[in-house]
Design a protein around this ligand. Structure first.
Ligand SMILES: N[C@@H](CCC(=O)N[C@@H](CS)C(=O)NCC(=O)O)C(=O)O
Length: 416
């Protein structure tokens, strides 16, 4: 067998095209963040619902409603809106919702805001997912979710905590996390849903917890070196059960995305500087990821198709990715080099002086907006390993107070 030397040629765009996955079926296929219409086998003229959610799928309250519609299989349209942290709000949306707050939902022509009011209205029209919002047991769980949320905010978002205060905030968080574990254990099944803890899908009580537990898992690893899934095995089992469901995976984000989308949304997230924290944040930022702390389930067939999907997603936006990159057109060969390395599983040397540009893209892959978690993990790793062949130049760190670098507008005009 001939040994492939670093410096093997990068494939051409048309060669790469031939290796990419076909575009996924967005309207009738599994849950995905690119769709603007979801039908679940129903005719388009049966649609009664429009969901207004954010372009990047960063908004946790939008994810809650999104999950509900997907699990309940209600046909709906999606209109995407910009969050203030990454760009100016669309005037057509503020004309509809003057506060600009997301999510919003139109049901039979009536506009509803506030995610809990939205879920209640959806339940009235279509029936609940598992035990309903007003069920006494679901109410108790919803209160518990808010307690967990507050304990997390205090720990993550209070600047300047000393060592003792960090410990207290962590203990307080863990006390509430144990209550969630207790609720899961006493239900005796996979879910919090009190009516069907053993059912094939989660209930509303679960959907209410998903967005922030996902964000807690990510942010506490990155900013506090805290492994939620190891510390709280019942929560780990619950997340794992969710990760077996294609519907949840279609909405699921990853640690890298949340580590950098939360600070501007939360008004700051503060690192404790511990050895574990530094190790985990470095693993996340370098693109290596946190393996089983991020997702505890993946099949080998998923890994194979993940590369082809990553390739398809990059190719779709290829011209705008070049135009937006600090290297401009000179990013063409380095990008092909990284993609070739990913699909052929061999190193390909990028042109000199491209390390920083490759890492610029590595830092900006957003999950699930751009591609699923596994695809993003593989692509980030290849961007990093290709960059490392050129050198250790890094782009500026991602901004902390805003994410205007993620303004969606240029990508919308180049939509294919
Ligand atoms: N209580 C509201 C909270 C919604 C909320 O805080 N939305 C944030 C995004 S997570 C928002 O739209 N902020 C304005 C913006 O970021 O543009 C709900 O449950 O719907």
């Amino acid at each position: 067998m001939t040994e492939v030397q670093p410096g093997a040629d990068a494939l051409s765009w048309s060669e790469l095209d031939a290796l990419a996955a076909p575009a996924a079926e967005r309207i009738q296929g599994p849950a995905n963040s690119q769709a603007t219409l979801r039908l679940f086998g129903q005719p388009e003229d049966s649609i009664r619902v429009t969901l207004f959610r954010d372009h990047h799928a960063w908004c946790p309250y939008c994810q809650k409603v999104w999950l509900w519609l997907e699990f309940r299989r209600i046909p709906y349209r999606i209109r995407k809106v910009t969050m203030r942290c990454y760009g100016p709000k669309e005037p057509w949306f503020t004309a509809l919702v003057p506060s600009g707050m997301l999510p919003a939902l139109e049901l039979d022509g009536r506009l509803i805001t506030e995610s809990d009011r939205i879920l209640e209205a959806l339940e009235r029209s279509f029936g609940p997912v598992g035990a309903p919002m007003a069920d006494r047991r679901v109410r108790r769980l919803r209160d518990l979710e808010r307690l967990l949320f507050r304990a997390w905010c205090i720990w993550l978002c209070t600047p300047g905590l000393g060592e003792r205060q960090e410990r207290q905030a962590r203990d307080q968080f863990q006390r509430v996390a144990q209550q969630m574990e207790q609720a899961l254990i006493s239900g005796g099944g996979s879910w919090l849903d009190p009516d069907a803890p053993d059912g094939p899908i989660p209930g509303t009580a679960d959907l209410v917890f998903i967005p922030y537990v996902e964000r807690m898992n990510a942010s506490l690893a990155y900013f506090k070196g805290f492994a939620l899934r190891e510390e709280h095995p019942a929560i780990d089992r619950w997340l794992t059960a969710l990760e077996h469901l294609e519907t949840y995976r279609g909405t699921q984000s990853d640690v890298h995305t949340h580590a950098h989308d939360l600070p501007p949304q939360m008004g700051g997230c503060w690192a404790d500087g511990s050895e574990a924290q530094q190790r985990m944040s470095l693993a996340v930022d370098s693109g290596a990821g946190l393996n089983e702390l991020e997702r505890r389930w993946s099949s080998s067939s998923e890994m194979v198709s993940a590369k082809a999907r990553a390739l398809e997603r990059v190719l779709r936006h290829r011209s705008i990715l070049l135009a937006r990159n600090p290297l401009g057109d000179r990013f063409d060969q380095p990008l092909r080099a990284a993609l070739t390395a990913m699909v052929l599983d061999q190193p390909v040397t990028p042109e000199t002086g491209s390390a920083s540009a490759l890492r610029y893209l590595r830092d900006r892959i957003s999950v699930p907006r751009d591609m699923p978690l596994e695809s993003a993990r593989l692509l980030r790793k290849c961007l990093e390993s290709t960059a490392a062949l050129d050198g250790d130049q890094h782009p500026d760190a991602l901004p902390f107070e805003h994410r205007f670098d993620q303004d969606p507008r240029p990508f919308l005009t180049h939509h294919s």
